[in-house]
Design a protein around this ligand. Structure first.
Ligand SMILES: [Fe+2]
Ligand SMILES: [Fe+2]
Length: 166
């Protein structure tokens, strides 16, 4: 993600350049990687937080780390898929917090943003946590719909090239 917003980049830069943080680039998520997803969420949540005069620096830091769970959820069809998906949904914020606290110093707002972003699993305590949870859900819908379009277009392209080959 290329961002010209200096205010945002001043806070996000040290994370973006961090070796552990970079590992999220390799983990697929929705339409892209977890890395792209957390940057999108952080930027959109920051814009609201800044406009409202909230703690926008904590908003950025918490949002960047909200999915710092660093493993790839296995979506292969299997009997336990539903249970595993449920466990992932409930537990990945705690794993993200565990990983984040190993590498970064977190304030109470940042901690709350991470552990409560899967509301209603856990209820956020701060307005900064609410906005990250809301942006996370909104962007997930956009990212999934982009993936859907890609898949549909992919089929169309295959169909077209198949027809051309006839
Ligand atoms: Fe998440
Ligand atoms: Fe997320």
């Amino acid at each position: 993600m290329f961002c010209t917003d200096q205010r945002f980049m001043k806070v996000a830069g040290p994370f973006i350049n961090h070796r552990e943080f970079q590992k999220m680039k390799k983990i697929p998520h929705h339409n892209d990687s977890v890395y792209d997803h957390v940057l999108n969420v952080a930027y959109q949540a920051y814009r609201v937080s800044y406009k409202k005069g909230w703690d926008w620096e904590s908003t950025i830091r918490g949002a960047l780390l909200h999915d710092f769970y660093l493993y790839q959820f296995n979506k292969k069809p299997r009997w336990s898929l539903l249970i595993d998906a449920y466990n992932h949904m409930v537990n990945h914020p705690l794993k993200a917090y565990e990983n984040a606290s190993k590498h970064f110093h977190l304030n109470p707002i940042e901690k709350d943003i991470i552990i409560s972003h899967m509301f209603p699993v856990r209820v956020p305590k701060y307005k900064e946590s609410w906005i990250v949870s809301l942006m996370d859900k909104s962007l997930a819908i956009i990212e999934y719909s982009q993936k859907f379009k890609k898949v549909v277009l992919g089929y169309e392209e295959k169909e077209e090239s198949y027809q051309k080959a006839q």
